[in-house]
Design a protein around this ligand. Sequence first.
Ligand code: SRM
Ligand code: SF4
Length: 593
Amino acid sequence: MSDEATQPAAPAAKPSAVELAKIASHYLAGDIAKELADSAPGFGKASVQLLKNHGTYQQDDREQRKAKEGAKSVREISFMIRTCVPGGKLTADQLLAAMDLGDEVGNGTIRLTTRQAIQHHGVVKGDLKPFMQRVHDIQMSTLAACGDVERNIMCCPSPMHNHPVREEMQATLDKLAKHLAPRTRAYYEIWLTDPETGEKTLAGGTSGDKDVEPAGLDEVEPIYGRTYLPRKFKTAFALPEDNCTDIYANDLGFLVVHEQGKILGYNVLAGGGMGVTPSAAKTFPALAKRLGFVPPEDVLAIAEAIVKVQRDFGNRSDRKVARLKYTIHTMGLDAFRAKVEEYFGKPLAPCHPADVHGFDDHIGWFEQGDGKFFYGLNVENGRIVDRDGFRLKSAVRQILHTIKPGVRITAHQSLLLTDLTITDRERIAHILHEHGVKTSEEISTLRRWSMACVALPTCSLAVAESERVLPGLIDSLEPEVAKLGLSHDAFTVRMTGCPNACARPYNSDIGIVGRTLGKYTLFLGGRLLGDRLNTQYKDVVPFEQLSREITAVLACYKAERHASETLGDFCHRKGVDGVRTWADEWLAGARGA
Ligand code: SRM
Ligand code: SF4
């Protein structure tokens, strides 16, 4: 297999519109620069697709659209911009600058994502370029935060300084993020040129973990080729004792195999993905498969081999089945492994027996191994906002300004404030309370383990509410959970506004997936560990009934669980039919509900 980005023999099927846009774009440039300069509020179809690779989505506020219906209104276009944060690691100044951007050109909030990145909403077209330049100025980048490329790579964010394994894993992630970053000139030419002189403004800095300096600018894409990947591609690192990045939900996973403080190598997992299109029976969620074992020095090479196999064999005509999970499904795991070995240039060793057996959300107060501490601050659904008496944004600002901690974003949409001294604990609690925000210790276990995707009003694919209604659902469940004596039981409740599954509901203990406006499908039987898919329990459940339905499941769990059995394990053992029969009797009053 040559190292060049050769294209496979022309497939019989017609390339999708997105493929055609990529082919015509000359490495993702297309007409973006021209359309950026015109007076229209948005971009044309092809540019809208290409822009995703630059980290931005053209959107409109769907509620404003509705409000103006009948009045012959035009959509008020704005942009969502996603900034990569490899491994979720950034500085206080970077987060402050991101918050400034949210206030000055966004909708006044920022959102920590389920992949440890940052999103802004509500940016208008005229502010896109200054936005990208300001992101660049703080050594960050939006390049490849979305699109048909390697996305923000995830890694356990816990800053354990006496833990060489975690440090080495995070350093390997940084190398891999650089290695798989697109090298197109288009990003720099469109966004990072001086608007007055047309001169490059690259001298100001690097883009942190993304390689945006001129080094690779004279090359075309040696790994991706001109059509990049058939679809998005996601990678995560995890430890067997701490799968906080949900490694099995990723296209590519590196599970650290370590002994006595040394990394022996990585179990390589491939083909995870959650998204489903209900109208297309050929789509399905999948957990990644265990592919083989590589020593640490082979991480970049095996990742590149797998990316290239997906590049050359992924479906380029039907985007519904273009993710790596479908490539593996179509080829068969053995044939896929053989092809990867061919591109890798040697056979893969069998997987080490190590597998995930623990999970930590890192919320709360911990020693970090160098005499300092870190504090995991739960951010409900990742939204940093000031609203009524709840002024989280102002509190985070004050903490960042006065204490200057290191910052990490978790894959559960929360913040770790690192490098703290023992006295900072009181200071942080005081600042949070002054701003009407509860400390992590004061929120319920139920809320702590809940997660919702963005959904309405910005997400164009949402069919139901998510982020805006999950807090209320948790409010109504909390007293029920307490009555059942389950307040200290940890189980994941993950809600999404559609089956695309951005909050990874299909491997959670309780998955709540938008079905249509105000109605949801309930799933049971996944678990914190993230290594088991759940099963559909009830469909088309009105939002108003979710609390009762979930309480009935919890009552069943309470009545019939084995000692120390988790909710997900219980539902899996009893089966959804068994749980449903019991719960329906409870709801009907036959079990003293
Ligand atoms: Fe996602 C599309 C938000 C993590 C599966 N996702 C979208 C879009 C861009 C909607 C769109 O295409 O128009 C959403 C933007 C909404 C908005 O207004 O902001 C969106 N996804 C998100 C975020 C922000 C959810 C969150 O609340 O944090 C997450 C950003 C992660 C990041 O920083 O990169 C996010 N999305 C995920 C995850 C979870 C993960 O990666 O661990 C998944 C499931 C895993 C997977 O990829 O299979 C996920 N998003 C999807 C899909 C379905 C993909 C598929 O293969 O079927 C779509 C739709 C698509 O790609 O066509 C989608
Ligand atoms: Fe939008 Fe659906 Fe993703 Fe939620 S799960 S952010 S509704 S695409």
